[in-house]
Write a protein that binds this ligand. Structure first.
Ligand code: ATP
Ligand code: MG
Length: 579
C-alpha cells in the first residue's frame, strides 16, 4: 500500500493521472475481488451547497467508475433532519449535473433505508451486540474516557436482550422524549479507538424529516447508516476523506456482524446473482484551498449573517457560486484532476484554480470589447452619421470561432485609464497630440481635451487617420492599442469586479479570532456605467467572454434584466496576487 501511495501524481497510459485509488481499483479488478465490478457512490449530506472540495470527491467517484465500466450512485446521507432541507437536495443534484456527471439509476437516500436499518438494529440487539442506554449525553461523555484513559461500561450495558428489544420498539413508537435513551453498539469501552467505545447507533429526535416526514422519531447515526447503505447498494469501493480513517474499524465491525447476505438482492449489471463481497472503505486527503473557507458550517454562517449574498454569491467556493462567477464545468474538472488524489494533507494554492479557469477561457471564450470607465471620444473628421461595420475575429488564434460585426461611429468610448494628460514614463496609450490604435480599427490622434466645470476631463476630440484600417500608418510607429465601443450602438451594462473573498491565506486558522476581520474589502467592486459592444448579445452560444484587456467575464443570469445586463468578472487576465 505504502508503495502505491507514493505514486499519486504519475501519469497513466490513458492520460488520466494515476493515483493510489485508481491503482487499488486496478488491483481489485485484476484479482477479481468484486467479480469485476466497480461501483462507487457520492454521498453528500444535504445540509448546505456543494463546494469545490466536494467537486474533487465527485470527479474521483464518477471518473473511476466510468473508466472501469462501473457505476456511481448519488446518495443523500440524510440522517440529520435538523440541518437538512429539500433546497439543498435540489441544489446538489443540479450542481452534479452541471459538472457533467450522471448518476446511476434514480437518486438514493439513506432515509430510504430507514426501515431496513431498523431491522438490522434489531438483528444486532438479538445477537447481543447492541443495547438501549439511558445515560444522558453528558454522562455518556464522562463514561467515554479520553485518548489516554479507557472508558467505563454503562450500567445499562448488560440489559437483557428482551428488555432491549422492548425499549427499542418503544423508542420507535414515540414513547420517550429526546435524549432519554439511545441505542449503542456493544463493542469495547477500553478500545484505544474511541469510535469503538460502544458508539451510538440511534438517537431519539422528535423532528420531521424532509423525505420521510413524521414517520420516524428515532434517527440512525452517520457511522451506522453509511456502511449499511453502501452494502445495500452493492458498493464496491467506498471512497471518503481521511477524517473517516478512524471510523473504518466501526464500518467493518457493523458489516461483519450483520447478516448481510440477507440483503440478497446482489446482482451484477446483467442482473445475474453474484457472490457478495462487502464494500471496502478507502480514504483520501481532503482538498484544501488557501484564501478560502470550505466548512459548510462557516459557509452557512456567512449566508445566514449576510456577509455574502447567498450560497451562489460569485465569491463563494460553492459550485453554485463558481458557476455564477463564470467558471466552466470543464475548468473545475481539470483542476480536480490536476490536484491529484493522495493520502497526504496539503493546501492547494488558489492560483492553481485560477490557472485552470484562465487556461480554459483563453482557449474557449470569444473576445469582445467592454469599456468599464467610459470617456467620450468624438472623431471630428468623420461625418455625424458615419457608421461603418468592422469585422473582427472572435478569437485571435482560433479562426474557426468566426468573426463578429462591430459598429464604428463618430462618437465612441474609450476607458479613462487609457488617456493621460501628464503620462508617466512608459505610458503607451493616448496622450494629448499622441496617437493610439483602436483595436480592430483605425489609428486616432488626440487634438483637444475638454473639461467640465469640476476640472474633470469630460471628452476628447480626436482625428482618424483614414488610411490605417488593417495597415500600419505611413512613416511612423503607433505602439498603443486600446479597446473602444460606439456610444450610440454600445449597450450600457453593470459590471461586477470580483476578487478573492479573503486577504489572508487561512481565514480558518486558530490565530484568527474572527474571519470577518480578514475579508478583502475590494472583493466586489460594482461599476454601473459600463458600455459593451452589441455583438455580446447576438445569438452566441457562449456565456463567457474575454473583454479585451480587462479579463474574463460572464453574463449574470440572475440579476440581468432586459434593460440592464450584468456581467461578472470571472478572473483577471493575469495573476495579480503572486508577487
Ligand atoms: P464539510 O466539512 O465541508 O461540511 P462534509 O464532509 O461534511 O463537508 P458531506 O456532504 O458529508 O460534506 O460530503 C460528501 C462527500 O464529499 C464526502 O464523501 C466527503 O468526504 C467529501 N468531501 C467533503 N469535503 C471534501 C473536500 N474538501 N475534499 C474532498 N472531498 C470532500
Ligand atoms: Mg458531513
Amino acid at each position: 500500500m505504502a508503495e502505491l501511495e507514493k505514486d499519486s501524481r504519475s501519469s497513466s497510459e490513458a492520460g488520466t493521472p494515476s493515483n493510489f485509488i485508481r491503482n487499488k481499483i486496478a488491483q481489485d479488478l485484476a484479482s477479481n475481488k468484486h467479480e469485476g465490478r466497480v461501483h462507487t457512490r457520492f454521498p453528500p449530506e444535504p445540509n448546505g451547497y456543494l463546494h469545490i472540495g466536494h467537486a474533487k470527491s465527485i470527479c474521483l467517484n464518477f471518473s473511476v467508475a466510468a473508466e472501469n465500466g462501473g457505476l456511481c450512485n448519488l446518495r443523500f446521507d440524510d440522517t440529520n433532519p435538523a440541518k437538512e432541507s429539500q433546497e439543498y437536495v435540489d441544489a446538489i443534484k443540479d450542481n452534479i449535473n452541471w459538472l457533467g456527471f450522471h448518476w446511476n439509476d434514480e437518486v438514493r437516500y439513506s432515509s430510504g433505508y430507514f426501515e431496513r436499518l431498523y431491522d438490522f438494529a434489531v438483528q444486532l440487539i438479538e445477537k447481543g451486540l447492541a443495547y438501549v442506554d439511558s445515560l444522558s449525553a453528558e454522562q455518556a461523555r464522562e463514561y467515554r474516557g479520553s485518548l489516554t484513559e479507557p472508558g467505563t461500561n454503562s450500567p445499562d450495558r448488560e440489559r437483557s436482550i428482551e428488555e432491549n428489544l422492548d425499549l427499542f420498539a418503544r423508542m420507535r413508537a414515540g414513547e420517550f422524549e429526546d435524549g432519554n435513551y439511545s441505542l449503542r453498539a456493544k463493542i469495547d469501552m477500553a478500545s484505544p479507538n474511541i469510535n469503538m467505545r460502544d458508539p451510538v447507533l440511534y438517537r431519539i429526535r422528535h423532528i420531521a424529516h424532509h423525505q420521510t416526514g413524521k414517520e420516524w422519531c428515532i434517527y440512525p447515526t452517520y457511522d451506522y447508516t453509511h456502511c449499511i447503505s453502501d452494502a445495500i447498494e452493492n458498493i464496491t469501493h467506498s471512497l471518503c476523506t481521511l477524517e473517516f480513517e478512524d471510523h473504518r474499524p466501526l464500518y467493518d465491525w457493523i458489516l461483519h456482524n450483520l447478516d448481510i447476505a440477507s440483503l440478497s438482492n446482489v446482482s451484477d449489471l446483467e442482473g445475474q446473482a453474484i457472490n457478495y463481497v462487502l464494500p471496502e472503505q478507502t480514504e483520501f486527503a481532503k482538498l484544501k484551498l488557501n484564501y478560502t473557507m470550505m466548512g459548510k458550517r462557516n459557509l452557512k454562517e456567512m449566508v445566514d449573517t449576510g456577509v455574502i449574498e447567498g450560497w451562489d454569491d460569485p465569491r463563494m467556493p460553492t459550485l453554485a457560486g463558481m458557476r455564477r462567477r463564470g467558471f466552466t464545468a470543464r475548468s473545475i474538472r481539470n483542476f480536480c484532476e490536476s490536484v491529484g488524489v493522495s493520502r497526504s494533507e496539503s493546501v492547494v494554492d488558489m492560483s492553481m484554480l485560477e490557472h485552470a479557469i484562465r487556461d480554459d477561457l483563453d482557449k474557449s471564450a470569444p473576445r469582445a470589447m467592454c469599456v468599464l470607465n467610459p470617456l467620450r471620444v468624438t472623431l471630428v473628421n468623420l461625418e455625424p452619421e458615419h457608421r461603418e461595420i468592422l469585422s473582427l475575429q472572435n478569437h485571435p488564434k482560433e479562426e474557426s470561432m468566426g468573426r463578429r460585426e462591430v459598429p464604428f461611429t463618430r462618437e465612441i468610448y474609450i476607458d479613462r485609464a487609457d488617456f493621460e494628460e501628464e503620462p508617466p514614463a512608459g505610458f503607451k496609450r493616448l496622450i494629448p497630440e499622441g496617437e493610439v490604435r483602436l483595436r480592430g480599427s483605425y489609428v486616432i490622434k488626440c487634438t483637444e481635451v475638454i473639461k467640465g466645470a469640476d476640472g474633470e476631463i469630460s471628452e476628447l476630440k480626436c482625428t482618424v487617420d483614414k488610411d490605417t484600417l488593417g495597415k500600419k500608418p505611413e512613416g511612423r510607429k503607433v505602439k498603443g492599442v486600446v479597446h473602444w465601443v460606439s456610444t450610440t450602438e454600445g449597450v450600457k451594462a453593470t459590471v461586477r469586479l470580483y476578487d478573492r473573498l479573503f486577504n489572508v491565506e487561512n481565514p480558518e486558522s486558530k490565530e484568527i479570532e474572527d474571519y470577518r476581520d480578514c475579508l478583502n474589502p475590494t472583493s466586489l467592486i460594482e461599476l454601473t456605467e459600463c458600455v459593451v459592444e452589441p455583438s455580446v448579445f447576438a445569438e452566441s452560444d457562449s456565456e463567457n467572454f474575454q473583454f479585451e484587456r480587462e479579463g474574463y467575464f460572464c453574463i449574470d443570469r440572475k440579476d440581468s434584466t432586459e434593460t440592464n445586463p450584468v456581467f461578472n468578472r470571472t478572473i483577471t487576465l493575469r495573476d495579480s496576487w503572486s508577487s
